[in-house]
Design a protein. Sequence first.
Length: 160
Amino acid sequence: MRFDPAALWRWVIALMTIGFIGRVIRYGIVGVTVAALYSLAIVALVPVVRPFSPTVATVIAFCLTLPIGFWMHRRFSFADRAAQDGQALRFTLTNVASFVISVGGMYVVTEMLHLSYLYGIAWTWAAVPGINFGIYLFWVFRHPGPADTQKDLIVRDEAS
C-alpha cells in the first residue's frame, strides 16, 4: 500500500464537512497529536531537568505545546468558526485551568503516591480532553453573539 497525499487530503476535506461528529473526530485527532507532543516533551525533558521533578518538565512541556495546540484547533478543529478578538486569550485561560489539573495530578502521582510520571501523563489524558472540548465549543471558538456582531458592525461603519 502506497501513501497517497491526495487521498489523505480528500479525507481531511470530508472531515471538515460532516458537522458535529466531524468536529469531534477533528478535535480528537488534534488532541491526540498535541497530547502526544506534550507527552514526548515530558519524556524528553525528565532526564534533562533531573535535578528538578517531573512536575517542572510538565510546566515546560505545557509552555511548548500551548501555541501549537491553539494553532491546530483554530485551523482544524474549529476552522468553520470565525476568528474573533480574544480567542487566543480564552484558549490560554482554558488551558491554564487544564494545566493546573495536569500539574496537580503530576504532583499527586509522583510526589505523594511515589508512582511513575507516566501515570501523571495518563491522568492528564483522562481528565482534560472532554472538559476542554465543551469549553472550546461554547466559549473559546464560539459563534459570534449579538454583542460581537454589534461590535463588528461598529468597526465596519467607522472604517467606511
